[in-house]
Design a binder for this molecule. Structure first.
Ligand SMILES: [Zn+2]
Length: 178
């Protein structure tokens, strides 16, 4: 059951999305790969520009956010914007801290929405090029996520889910008594 690079990359992205503060050691443990491999994948992802697309936020930063719909972002101090979306109609939707709202008052603000919390739903993530952790086949449908002993597994169907659970229980059982 060898995982290809794309599969591992996908898994690492999923882990980082749910918690961007994971270390290389955490990642290597969770993915059951060596630290060297984890580091290699991580730097390859940032070289490819995949990782910089994520907004890295601390949990305490995810409160008191405002979504500001702007006509222009040019001229807006960069350090005010956490992230922004360029919209199809040529306008922008910027995410910023509530306390900075006053600083954009002379910009062309179209709308302001005040958020109380930012939540990320991991289950909606796109997962392409993933292989089943049990049978090793490509996962075509939405992967079933399993969390066991602080590790995350993805399987293709409920049969593989059941069998993987069984196998892991036996493995973990042996580990404890060894
Ligand atoms: Zn499977």
């Amino acid at each position: 059951m060898s995982k290809n690079l794309t599969d591992l990359e996908q898994r690492m992205i999923a882990l980082l999305k749910s918690n961007s503060r994971r270390t290389v050691l955490d990642l290597s443990r969770e993915l059951e790969i060596s630290r060297i491999t984890a580091k290699k994948i991580l730097s390859s992802l940032s070289e490819q520009g995949v990782i910089k697309r994520f907004t890295i936020m601390l949990a305490e930063d995810e409160r008191d956010l405002v979504l500001v719909h702007l006509k222009e972002v040019e001229g807006l101090p960069k350090d005010l914007i956490l992230e922004y979306f360029s919209l199809i109609d040529g306008t922008y939707l910027a995410v910023m801290y509530y306390e900075n709202l006053i600083k954009v008052q002379n910009m062309q603000v179209l709308d302001v929405k005040i958020a109380v919390r930012r939540n990320i739903n991991e289950d909606c993530m796109r997962m392409e090029h993933m292989k089943c952790d049990y049978c090793g086949k490509d996962i075509v449908e939405k992967p079933i996520k399993l969390q066991m002993h602080r590790k995350v597994f993805y399987v293709c169907c409920s049969n593989c889910e059941r069998d993987l659970r069984k196998r892991r229980e036996i493995m973990e059982g042996h580990g404890e008594h060894a």
